[in-house]
Design a protein around this ligand. Sequence first.
Ligand code: F6P
Ligand code: MG
Length: 474
Amino acid sequence: LDPKLAAYSTADPTSFAWPTARERWPIIITQAIDDAYRSVGSCDDGAKMEEGKKIVAELAQLKYEVQHDRALTPIRDDGHPDVAGYNNELAQLGPITWHKAPWLFTECYLFRRMSTSFALSTHWKNYDVFARQKIKTFRSSRPAVLELAARYKDLVTQLRSPSSASHDPDADALLFTEMCEVCLWGNATDLSLLTSLTYEDIQKLQGSEARRAAEQNILVNDLPQVYAHLLAAKNDPAKAGKERRVDIVLDNAGFELYVDLILAGYLLSAGLATTVVLHPKSIPWFVSDVLPGDFASLLNALADPRGFYETATEEDQLQGVEPERLSEAEVGELGFLFAEWSRFHAEGQLVLRPNRVWTGPGSFWRLPGEAGGLVEDLREGELVVFKGDLNYRKLVGDVAWDPTTPFTEAIGPLGPGSGLNVLALRTCKADVVVGLKPGEDEKLRQTEGGGGDSGARKWAWNGKWAVVSFSKGT
Ligand code: F6P
Ligand code: MG
């Protein structure tokens, strides 16, 4: 069912898969080991501590296997039915080793494999080995969080003002674009790339000035069609009083989830949707992806912003840093967000719906066959937004498409005729890209660091460029 083209492979020296398998995966596993080790150290329960040590040893073994290009072994039965899917696929692929394997499958397998060590324990079943990193990065995105909170309060207040009926349609369209672009660039800051970015780089990526400058880095921008689509549904008399739902298949926690909520809250406040369903992951995934607990942590941080931002962390203490105080206005703006989002959540307009499908090994070409019920459900909504790089790779199958292939073709069974209206908001952090104008890839390769004549599409590896692609289901 997957596209009949070569999938990107860790054996290809020109693919980003190559350094990913050899450099980035070992770093990611090391970070997990360090985190688990730290938690073992602060255990007060002997049995839990023993189990924790065993998990650390298993992770170290996994790291050894990755670094020494050993074979991928079947995943142990940890009671979750998706193990069979992984193992069947592994059997079909034949014996494969870490450095000579399909990138997409192997990267999913890596995270699924790690989660087994925890799932098979008694005391660590729901332990999120990446939670510390996620919280730390969110805390360091404070300047952008505060800037957006002020902007959000302002605009929601305006949307509610009595004069808002006489809105300028162009301004409304512009606001929609801005909200989507905020949400798009929030993805540039995922933690699996943090192995090469500094916190300073991240802060630079997040401010509003940076966003404006980055507009020219959006290579495909279908937002006008998406706005027209949502507006038509809003004004459709047949839909008056009925639910109009937008689904968001989430990517990363922390700052990206924060901007996803900004977008969700805006869509609800502007009447472009009556319900927003958020789809998080069920196991720790690609380091920074959202788990249901991350949603709760974010709301908790907003509920007590002083507690979150003004309490010195262990690291602050080590470095003798005193966290900066928040102003009254800032506390008020964050409190406004908390009140808005928790009300939407309490009233069922903002819903969290996990599904193990999202942490499967394959592309989304398989969804209609393997998750018919889910697809059926998504069809009822007006729009499904897929956030981030990995979701994009899964949509297009992570194969070597000609970059001028239309997006509608590259998403195969989810394209026109599927009944799904698909929007991808993706900053490019992998090789695959579609929907470009002829000659554009070649031009980008010739830019500084773009890959030149090496055969590698390096410009697409670091989140600097983005694609916003829409496919209408009818
Ligand atoms: O940098 C590449 C990568 O680790 C990919 O393996 C993966 O697709 C992506 O980053 C994760 O990024 P995102 O959080 O945007 O899906
Ligand atoms: Mg991610």
